[in-house]
Design a protein around this ligand. Structure first.
Ligand code: GLN
Length: 543
């Protein structure tokens, strides 16, 4: 039997609903169940792919090429279950599908309405392909009370009624603020938020109360009484660090036990949390620190680089060292000598990005890493910048650039209109749609024998990594660039698309066209991040 847990949020946004959902997933796994996590986003974009990362955080890409909400990254990092395009839906997607069906005559004769047509479509999305799972956790984006999320709430209310309590449970995440002048914790926002949910017909069975301090038994009892929830199902969710301690903290507060109890499943035993204890212990016993500069453009919203920051932390776990991240806006390097700011760091990372602003600074940062022999990792746009830097400063192509930018000189990086994916040819038109049309999802790369990356990937001849980009390094420049010292150590199976470049003779210099950060897990640090941080540790010993 598949059981559904619906997770809503109240009071304010940014309470960490994604991590809470992911942690519950991890706890249920630790009890021996298999889980799948899903996210329903109330905004009208068909997917987050066209949004600036500073709006909504990073765009997380799945193996099957969906551009999804960053919470799916939390789900993967906590459960290890690879998400698919089925696991994230938006209001825009639902409406687009329903309207397409209406145009095609799929509802001939009917008046199309939010209830039942939109809500039916939502219910279908929630239940699609879930038969194989013991638990499906469905997170509803936004905050209860928003106009936008109403159709989703209505759909889960209906589902709750159709499935009954044996198969459905509602968990509501709220905030219990501390008011310093009164020296008191306040339960009223939680009460109001639950009332708001009751207005749309949903009675939560568990409250997860975010709070910056212990919630006394008396306050828990008060919340339980006013919100009609079992006192033991009022779960204090205190701030914990690192985030990988969250499953342990929630377990200590009884979360997994209460969920099983709701579903009338045996709840006496203990979950196997050894995986999480090991991660937390290894982070606590880390010795020394390395400083990594992330030279990017969206540095004012750290969620823009969520998976990247986590992957670097995983690299630290692999090397038992603390990783200190320094986000640096690349535009500062456009001033003379500003690049010297990178002198104290032990590794330089140029992440993914779009558009010309800030690129000169990124190229300066690559040059600094190359010339000063500082470990370097270039990801996607960062790899493209590394190739442009090498073309300009090693191969003598002074006007080397990318056709992504206006006034591009020699396009060593260019728009590609046709490429193969397995045995399928994918195409894109110049001036075509921008949404969902990049090279997206998992592609194979073949690694050159004897290369650094081959060693990093433990000798593997081929790898699969996730992509999200429109432009490619032009393979026609391979010979010139290799003659100048840049090795093309990873290629697409047909040899047409450069996937990885490295710099032999440099302590650790790797540029990858894909996004390795999307596949890193705390219990399985990605080999490139483990290797990059290991190189940073060696660098730290040198300086
Ligand atoms: N803007 C570049 C491209 O579209 C890189 C994209 C990225 O870094 N994800 O190819």
């Amino acid at each position: 039997m598949t059981r559904y847990v619906f997770i809503t949020g109240g009071v304010v946004s940014s309470l960490g609903k994604g991590i809470a959902s992911a942690a519950l997933g991890a706890l249920l796994q630790a009890r021996g169940f298999n889980v799948r996590l899903r996210k329903l986003d109330p905004y009208l974009n068909v997917d987050p792919g066209t949004m600036a990362p500073t709006q909504h955080g990073e765009v997380f890409v799945t193996d099957d090429g969906a551009e999804t909400d960053l919470d799916l990254g939390h789900y993967e990092r906590f459960t290890g279950v690879a998400a698919t395009k089925r696991d994230n839906t938006t209001t825009g997607r639902i409406y687009a599908d329903v309207l397409a069906k209406e145009r095609a005559g799929g509802f001939l004769g009917a008046t199309i309405q939010v209830i039942p047509h939109i809500t039916d479509a939502i219910k279908e999305v929630i239940k699609r392909d879930t038969e194989a799972y013991d638990f499906v956790l469905v997170e509803i984006g936004g905050t209860v009370g928003d106009i936008e999320s109403l159709p989703f709430l209505e759909a889960i209310r209906q589902l709750g009624n159709e499935l009954g309590p044996e198969e459905a449970m509602f968990v509501h995440l709220t905030l219990v603020p501390y008011i310093p002048s009164a020296k008191e914790l306040k339960t009223k926002p939680t009460q109001h938020s639950v009332k708001e949910l009751l207005n749309v017909g949903i009675q939560p069975q568990m409250l997860l109360c975010r709070c910056d301090r212990e919630i006394p038994e008396s306050e828990r009892a008060k919340i339980a009484l006013f919100c009609n929830v079992r006192p033991s199902a009022v779960i204090p969710a205190l701030d914990v660090s690192p985030i990988y301690a969250v499953p342990i903290a929630y377990h200590d507060q009884g979360m997994d036990r209460e969920v099983l109890r709701h579903f009338r499943l045996p709840y006496d035993g203990e979950p196997d949390l050894s995986r999480w204890r090991k991660i937390v212990d290894s982070m606590a016993s880390a010795d020394g620190e390395v400083h990594i500069a992330i030279v990017g453009k969206y540095t004012n919203l750290l969620d823009s680089y969520k998976s990247l920051s986590e992957a670097l932390i995983h690299g630290g776990i692999a090397n038992k060292v603390n990783v200190k991240l320094e986000f640096v806006d690349s535009e500062i390097f456009e001033k003379p000598d500003a690049v010297l700011r990178l002198e104290g760091v032990h590794g330089i990372l140029v992440p993914g990005g779009f558009g010309e602003r800030g690129t000169q600074g990124k190229i300066e940062a690559v040059r600094f890493a190359r010339e000063r022999k500082v470990p370097f990792l270039g990801i996607c746009f960062g790899m493209q910048m590394a190739v442009i830097e090498a073309a300009r400063n090693l191969a003598g192509i002074a006007d080397a650039s990318s056709s992504e930018f206006p006034d591009c000189g020699t396009a060593v990086v260019g728009l590609i209109k046709e490429w193969s994916h397995g045995n399928v040819v994918e195409r894109r038109e110049e001036g075509g749609d921008l949404g969902g049309t990049m090279r997206l999802g998992a592609y194979t790369a073949v690694l050159a024998e004897g290369s650094l990356v081959r060693e990093m990937y433990h000798g593997a001849a081929t790898i699969q990594e996730r992509h999200r980009h429109r432009y490619e390094v032009n393979v026609n420049f391979r010979e010139r660039l290799e003659a100048a010292g840049l090795l093309f150590s990873g290629m697409s199976p047909d040899g047409a698309l450069p996937e990885i470049v490295e710099l032999p003779g440099h302590p650790w210099f790797v540029g990858v066209q894909y996004h390795p950060e999307l596949k890193s897990k705390p219990f399985e640090p990605h080999p490139l991040f483990a290797g990059f941080i290991a190189a940073a540790v060696r660098q730290a010993r040198l300086v």
